[in-house]
Design a protein around this ligand. Structure first.
Ligand code: GTP
Ligand code: MG
Length: 203
């Protein structure tokens, strides 16, 4: 059974987001990488988060609550080419402030397309997370689209690229929102983290 998920709202300012009264998990990545599709698949809903034919559709900070236990946040994608410099700067400010300020942010899931090698915009963003000591995990998306060997080679190149700057890598998951591969593993990991925050509170 999938946990009950409920849409709470979309916000254009960090201050508008709900009170940080339970653990929260953000999903972020390049525009079109599959964030909204993944959230829909994780929680077994087809229509929850808006899946777009055109990239750059998720422009706001979108909040969902799962049971009474935690929040899921669908963040707008970065690197959308058809965006003005001003829009891009706005994204940057909003998302970075969000990631730096939310005190209950337990893990940021950074989505990377398993059909591509490491993109410099992803590399820079991951480095920024590391420098800011924001906890994150990697989710490789759309594993159904390329041959397994190609996916393996891409993952290898992504890992090697990141290991040039970091001594070790965070948790990684290979997923497909189309086939459902890897989805249960991500959900289990997320729930393990939720349980961990409960234990911390109990101390
Ligand atoms: P923005 O909100 O625009 O930044 O995009 P997003 O990251 O939320 O991506 P979204 O979920 O809207 O998916 C973008 C496109 O990729 C859509 O056409 C999806 O149908 C497709 N897509 C998403 N996940 C998968 C997947 O696992 N496999 C395949 N083959 N296509 C996928
Ligand atoms: Mg989206």
């Amino acid at each position: 059974m999938n946990p009950q998920i409920e849409y709470l709202g979309s916000y254009h300012k960090v201050e508008q987001a709900p009170k940080a009264d339970r653990p929260e998990f953000a999903f972020i990545g390049r525009s079109n990488v599959g964030k909204s599709s993944l959230i829909n698949r994780l929680f077994g809903r087809k229509d929850l988060a808006y899946v777009s034919k055109q990239p750059g559709k998720t422009q706001s900070i979108n909040y969902y609550r799962v049971g009474e236990d935690y929040y899921i946040v669908d963040l707008p994608g970065y690197g959308y080419a058809r965006q003005s410099r001003k829009q891009r700067a706005g994204w940057d400010r909003m998302v970075r402030r969000f990631l730096q300020q939310r005190s209950a942010l337990t893990c940021v899931f950074v989505l990377l397309d398993s059909n591509l090698t490491l993109q410099s915009i992803d590399h820079e963003f991951i480095n920024w997370l590391g420098e800011n000591q924001i906890p994150f995990a990697l989710i490789f998306t759309k594993s159904d689209k390329s041959k397994p060997q190609t996916v393996d080679e891409n993952l290898q190149s992504i890992r090697e690229g990141l290991l040039q700057d970091w001594e070790y890598l965070p948790e990684q998951f290979l997923t497909s929102s189309t086939s459902g591969d890897g989805i249960g593993t991500v959900l289990n990991y997320l729930h393990t983290l939720v349980e961990g925050t409960k234990e911390d509170e109990g101390k």
